[in-house]
Write a protein that binds this ligand. Structure first.
Ligand code: GLU
Length: 428
């Protein structure tokens, strides 16, 4: 367990160790698979772990040291792919877990990628735009030996955004001497980004939710109540898309807490309010709730879209939703999974539910490599096609083996990487 630095804002004083969660999920899934035991041991390990301490000049002239990581968990199916996180909660173990989940996520939805993740221990809210630019460029230049469109392709994650991806692309391009948009995804559209990339993760979460609801006969959006933890890139776009489709969003939160209206929140007005005020608190016709209270509010679908380790054995018994769709990576611990399972709560796991982001990252990379760009309709059509195909194969696996959706998703993904590893063989 690690002690959370800004523990007042967290559901728990301690965040369960994400890497222990990732390994426990792995160990559970491989029991069902017919894979060589050497291959099982191989895939348990991250391929490379890079850690760097680097200086950044603050606006007042002081030089401060920062620590960053980049972990490549696997490159079996292709170049490693995954976001970069800026947060004070970053640890090497967290980055290892997130890198491993990227491997399974890409494999599950059939992208030709391995998995990676990066992180810098920094609270981006405490830095000016110029300081963020210097930090991002220096971290990017430290990563250059690892990065390339054919080796490792970063993207945004918690605390990072499209502008930072543009700085990474520019730093790399200036170093090699020509523009290489395909080295990073999640860029602004005017420097080779893809239409729809910003919205993709949140939209994908809702595509999976709609499919899960449809499969149990719930086809009237107006009768379904959602609660969303997190109002960043994933939570806010999930809320916006769900609202457009007619679903009722009763509560949302950010790191400082949440707001609740049992009759439903006006999400377009809330997004304007949030952009203006930088806070959810005080939004008209809503009452405050803590992040802990939010998770156990009465609703039909709970969407954890903040960070890992939020649903644990302590709160899982009190969750009132009948369905959980994981927008965040690793929001549920294995003990909580068991409790939710026993209680008959359907969980659509992270590596499926939030794969929309990396799917559209893949489209962006393909568009950059081909220098041929798609319209938004095409992006959304292909996104939905891949997600629904993956949902269907996961549901099929779950039924066939009589396991839950997390287990089924992990099993298909691990099996795919394991089989590829066996075909490639062990070098030398
Ligand atoms: N950070 C996102 C994720 O966790 C996107 C990664 C990517 O697009 O490479 O899936």
């Amino acid at each position: 367990m690690v002690v959370a630095l800004n523990s007042a804002n967290h559901v728990l004083d301690t965040i369960p160790n994400a890497y222990q969660t990732a390994l426990a999920q792995y160990d559970r899934a491989v029991r069902y698979l017919d894979l060589d035991e050497n291959v099982i041991e191989y895939m348990r390990w991250p391929r490379r772990e890079f850690s760097v301490n680097f200086p950044v000049k603050r606006d007042d002239g002081r030089v401060e040291m920062f620590t960053g990581y980049r972990v490549h968990h696997s490159t079996v199916l292709g170049p490693s792919k995954g976001g970069i996180r800026y947060s004070l909660d970053v640890t090497l173990d967290e980055v290892r877990a997130l890198a491993m989940w990227m491997t399974w996520k890409c494999a599950l939805v059939h992208l030709p990628y391995g998995g990676a993740k990066g992180g810098v221990l920094v609270d981006p809210k405490t830095m000016s735009q110029a300081e963020l630019e210097r930090l991002t460029r220096r971290y990017a230049s430290e990563l250059i030996p690892l990065m390339s469109p054919h080796a490792d392709i970063p993207a945004p994650d918690m605390g990072t955004n499209a502008q930072m991806m543009a700085w990474i692309m520019d730093t790399y391009s200036m170093t090699v001497g020509y523009s290489v948009p395909a080295v990073v995804t999640g860029k602004p559209v005017n420097v080779g980004g893809s239409l729809g990339r910003n919205e993709a993760t949140g939209r994908g979460v809702i595509i999976c939710m709609v499919e899960a609801l449809k499969r149990r006969g719930d086809t009237d959006p107006g009768s379904i109540r959602l609660v969303i933890q997190g109002f960043g890139n994933v939570g806010s776009h999930a809320a916006a898309y769900a609202y457009d489709l007619g679903y009722k969003i009763l509560a949302v939160s950010d790191v400082n807490g949440g707001i609740y209206n049992p009759k439903g929140l006006d999400i377009p007005a809330l997004r304007r309010y949030y952009a203006q005020n930088g806070a959810l608190a005080g939004f008209p016709n809503s009452e405050p709730v803590t992040n802990a209270e939010l998770l156990t509010l009465p609703c039909d679908v709970l969407i954890p879209a903040a960070m890992e380790g939020q649903i644990t054995k302590n709160n899982a018994p009190r969750i009132q939703a009948s369905m959980i769709v994981e927008g965040a990576n690793g929001p549920t611990t294995p003990e909580a999974d068991d409790i939710l399972d026993e209680r008959g709560i359907l969980l659509v796991p992270d590596i499926l539910a939030n794969a929309g982001g990396v799917i559209v990252s893949y489209f962006e990379w393909v568009q950059d490599l081909q220098a041929f760009f798609w319209d938004e309709e095409e992006v959304y059509r292909q996104l939905e096609r891949i997600l629904l195909r993956s949902y269907d194969s996961t549901a099929h696996m779950a039924e066939q083996h009589n396991v839950n959706m997390r287990m089924a998703a992990q099993m298909s993904a691990i099996n795919r990487v394991g089989k590829a590893l066996m075909t490639r063989g062990i070098y030398p």
